[in-house]
Design a protein. Structure first.
Length: 128
């Protein structure tokens, strides 16, 4: 083996040793580099509101739905955070004159809010 090959061989052997050692540790998840996946439901709602403001309603709907999924996964289906996302989605549907979709989401929002808004202030405001 030439003197130039030894350092390369040593580096490859070291890297292989590290890989095998890590794989023996069990369930090792791959590194994630997609920063879009790191956005929280709050970030997604903000992005959806911007898209709606620009008139990009399909993008706004997609982002509101993604925010809803993240809130449901993190906090549960009846959490106030989930209710917030449902409310934004209902408002978007109303704005688009998709009244059947809006009605469905408003009813879900109302169910969630009645569990958390004990004073009833938000429910009163929406019924005006």
């Amino acid at each position: 083996m030439t003197s130039l090959c030894r350092p390369v061989f040593s580096m490859i052997a070291g890297a292989l040793f590290i890989c095998l050692s890590l794989s023996a540790c069990g369930d090792v998840k791959p590194m994630e580099f997609n920063l879009a996946d790191k956005r929280t439901w709050v970030d997604l709602v903000a992005d959806a509101q911007k898209a709606q403001g620009r008139g990009n309603l399909p993008e706004a709907e997609k982002l509101f739905q993604e925010a809803l999924q993240k809130a449901e996964a993190k906090y549960g289906e009846d959490a106030i955070e989930t209710g917030t996302c449902v409310g934004y989605l209902a408002e978007l549907y109303r704005y688009q004159q998709e009244y059947l979709k809006a009605d469905k989401e408003y009813k879900r929002w109302l169910t969630i809010m009645q569990k958390h808004d004990l004073s009833g202030e938000q429910v009163k405001n929406i019924r005006k």
